[in-house]
Design a binder for this molecule. Structure first.
Ligand SMILES: [Zn+2]
Length: 442
């Protein structure tokens, strides 16, 4: 009942205004007939633009009001149009032009700080426009209180025993330091911090120098438990000398990221040379036999070993091709390796002359040439598969430790540039100090 009564009262008021307007029109016509009366009053309205908050977060609404006055009085009835203009991109939730009294909530979505410039104007019901007025407010990226929680274990890569008291350092993707924690008696550690939004990864470096070399790895920028870091013990007799000797001045690394596996070709794809099916199958069994430790040597957990793949031979791909080649002397073999960076291999081709080759020589040649993915030289120590003439048929601890360290992403970093000298070995190559200088592939 009350509502009906109100409607009725408003109806009456509107009618009254209609009558007043009609009277005014009559008066205008009368004055325009030239009876010397004052001119029609057309006061200029003034726009008022109000922005509730000067700063909001992305996705948070902000209340915007446009009002006006005429002659200092807030006479709503005398303003017929309200204009509000501003950007409509950035995912604004409302258009910014209206002709109703403006009382809107604007919402913008952005990943970068932005300013919203607003412009407002009102128009009186006599068609007189106000001056434009301006305001702006800032939209900031949303702050998410998201923590990273990590936990993991650091252990000795040769004995699998925990490295109590080892240091673990975490870095942002741009290599800035975040935090350092210490592993407990079980080699276990935890770390947490406010997440750095936008980073794609976290770099983790762990070790217990001088007992072990420092190892570096990276994980996605998200929570993770059971992060395993296997530190290489700094304990092998003669290892530093071995490393200096076989790495010479150009140490190398095999990057197993995206490694597609071994491809054994029974026919040389461009020239002379054939493996028998039996030879190819023997080579295949050598690669697949875990006791040969080729997976360990390549730092790759599992991959196929295919004889005569259907795809064409593609030098430069992430494969290791094994190719018969009679254009090289009998009893000889070599490795072509390739990679996107200097001294970082992603694949290669082992070429060997298959003429009168024994199974023993097939095995030695395959492992020795794959060894050249890491080692450019031949040592005088007979305790290495890289020694020539061959005295070892298997990867020895010297070889495996060297590969393990060469797969350390900071490995190539040196004090004086890409090519290490003997002073660099302990400090930069066999890394016993924390830091991320120098190289690619974290
Ligand atoms: Zn060689």
């Amino acid at each position: 009942m009350t509502k009906s009564l109100t409607d009725l009262v408003q109806g009456v008021k509107k009618t009254a205004r209609g009558i007043a307007a009609a009277g005014l029109i009559g008066a205008t016509m009368f004055f325009s007939n030239g009876c010397g009366t004052p001119p029609i009053e057309k006061p200029k309205p003034t726009a008022i633009l109000t922005v509730e908050k000067s700063q909001v977060q992305s996705g948070q609404e902000n209340k915007i009001e446009v009002d006006g006055t005429i002659g200092g009085d807030p006479l709503v009835d005398k303003i017929s149009k309200y204009y509000l203009r501003g950007p409509v991109d950035f995912g604004a939730s409302l258009p910014l032009q209206t002709n109703i009294p403006v009382d809107v909530f604007l919402t913008y979505f952005t990943n970068e700080q932005m300013n919203i410039p607003l412009e407002a104007q009102v128009e009186s019901n006599k068609g007189v426009l106000s001056d434009k007025v301006y305001a702006s407010y800032q939209v900031n990226p949303k702050i998410v209180e998201d923590y990273i929680n990590l936990s993991g274990v650091i252990e000795d890569s040769e004995t699998d025993s925990p490295l109590a008291g080892a240091k673990v350092r975490c870095y942002r993707a741009d290599k800035t330091f975040i935090t350092e924690v210490t592993a407990d008696e079980d080699g276990f550690w935890t770390a947490d911090w406010l997440k750095y939004e936008g980073d794609d990864k976290i770099i983790i470096q762990a070790g217990k120098p001088p007992e072990s070399f420092v190892r570096t790895t990276s994980i996605p920028n998200e929570d993770k438990s059971n992060v395993l870091v296997r530190a290489v013990p700094n304990d092998l007799e003669g290892f530093v000398e071995f490393a200096q000797e076989v790495w010479g001045s150009l140490p190398a690394r095999f990057d197993s990221t995206g490694f597609q596996g071994f491809k054994i070709l029974t026919q040389n794809p461009t020239g002379n040379g054939t493996f028998t099916q039996q030879q190819a199958e023997y080579l295949q069994s050598l690669v697949l036999d875990p006791s040969n430790k080729i997976d360990e040597f390549l730092n790759a957990s599992s991959y196929p070993v295919i004889i005569d793949p259907s795809e064409p031979y593609t030098p430069g791909s992430r494969n290791i091709h094994v190719i018969p080649d009679t254009d090289i002397p009998i009893g000889e073999a070599y490795l072509e390796d390739w990679g996107p960076y200097s001294r970082v291999a992603i694949g290669g081709s082992v070429r060997m002359n298959p003429t009168n080759i024994s199974n023993e020589m097939l095995e030695h040649v395959l492992k020795h040439e794959a060894g050249h993915l890491t080692y450019p030289s031949h040592p005088t120590t007979t305790e290495s598969i890289m020694h020539t003439p061959p005295t070892q048929m298997d990867y020895q601890p010297l070889d495996l430790k060297g590969t393990c360290i060469s797969n350390e992403p900071t490995f190539i970093g040196t004090a004086g540039g890409l090519y290490p000298n003997s002073i660099d070995y302990r400090k930069n190559i066999l890394k016993t100090e924390f830091g991320l200088e120098g190289t690619v592939g974290y």
